[in-house]
Design a protein around this ligand. Structure first.
Ligand code: UDP
Length: 313
């Protein structure tokens, strides 16, 4: 298989590219490196890296030429970056998707798209949320992601484009951007600083280990046909306070868990509960997550101790 991974130098993209080359696929990575380059040296040597932007149609078409699958992961990420750059967030999503669709239709490729569990917004749920729940995205990031899921459905109807949109639930693992909660808590614990839990810490997330995210993404590329949307989750719910306590205990840190006020950019977007059901993906492609939160955190910690930039694989 020949694959293009847009955003392939980012957290999820770099792990995906690594897995694809391990599986023997030919991989082109397209990334503007605006959020750094997380590809390991070993993977860099085995992929073609094109430094460019998904907003540039010619670049996308050149990179996608001859590909069987386009993994479209390029995006601006993180509550703070998105809040500071709403126009760039929308442009990257909307123009990037348009260019990816055009290239895929021209070349007969399928698209696997990195959507987000953020499309569910503040849906108060009493059980794991499934794909047929009414979505209610709030941030410009999640609204653009939902728009793109719908655009892919339209492109399927109009042009026969095949795609899978994957609603990732709080991916975590080695090499994750230090602004996200898990690497922040590790850094704070190891520096002996308080672990800054925002608000009551009762808000929950469904932390999905990077290897499970990658496994689901590869399975979707191999097995999904037509145009479909799936949750990708660990299907376990933990409060942020529990996460902080687990990391403090794991690292043996004397750092206290401190309840602090969230920064202002979070006020409108904080979600009290995020917990996903991934039965649909299990039924479609046989996906089941392998890595519990305790095991995932332990792997990150062992990697940090070994000086491996945030974890072992
Ligand atoms: N969070 C926290 N302390 C921090 C960073 C984040 O309590 O130092 C919380 C944040 O309020 C949210 C959760 O951790 O409830 C996950 O935040 P992240 O930015 O990793 O992802 P989100 O789910 O908001 O997209």
């Amino acid at each position: 298989m020949k694959a293009l991974v847009t955003g392939g130098a980012g957290f999820i993209g770099s792990h995906l590219a690594e897995r694809l080359v391990e599986l023997g696929h030919r991989v082109t990575v397209l990334d503007n490196l605006s959020q750094g380059n997380k590809l390991t040296q070993a993977t860099l040597e085995r992929v073609e890296l094109v430094v460019g932007d998904v907003r540039d149609q010619e670049t996308v078409e050149r990179c996608a030429s001859g590909c069987d699958v386009i993994f479209h992961l390029a995006a601006l990420l993180g509550v703070d970056l998105v809040a500071d750059n709403p126009v760039e967030t929308m442009e990257t999503e909307v123009l990037g998707m348009r260019h990816v669709c055009r290239a895929a239709i021209e070349g007969g490729a399928r698209v696997v798209y990195a959507s987000t569990s953020g499309v569910y917004g503040k849906m108060a749920v009493s059980e794991a949320v499934s794909e047929d729940v009414h979505v209610s995205p709030r941030s410009s990031y999640s609204i653009a992601k939902r728009f793109n899921e719908m655009y892919l459905a339209a492109q399927h109807q109009e042009k026969g484009l095949e795609s899978a949109s994957l609603r990732y639930f709080n991916a975590y693992g080695p090499r994750q951007d230090s602004r996200m909660v898990t690497p922040r808590f590790f850094a704070q614990a190891l520096a002996g600083q308080p672990l800054t839990v925002y608000g009551s810490g009762g808000q929950t997330r469904d932390f999905t280990y990077i290897d499970d995210i990658v496994k689901a993404t590869v399975l979707a590329a191999e097995k999904v046909r037509g145009c479909r949307v799936f949750n990708v989750s660990n299907s376990r719910e933990y409060s942020i306070k529990e996460l902080a306590e687990k990391i403090a205990a794991l690292t043996g840190s004397a750092s206290p868990v401190a309840l602090v006020e969230a920064p202002p950019e979070r006020y409108d977007f904080e979600v009290e509960r995020r917990f996903g059901c991934s039965d649909k993906l299990r039924e479609a492609v046989g996906f089941a997550p392998d890595t519990s939160l305790d095991e995932g955190l332990a792997r990150i910690y062992r990697g940090l101790l070994a000086g491996k930039d945030g974890g072992e694989r």
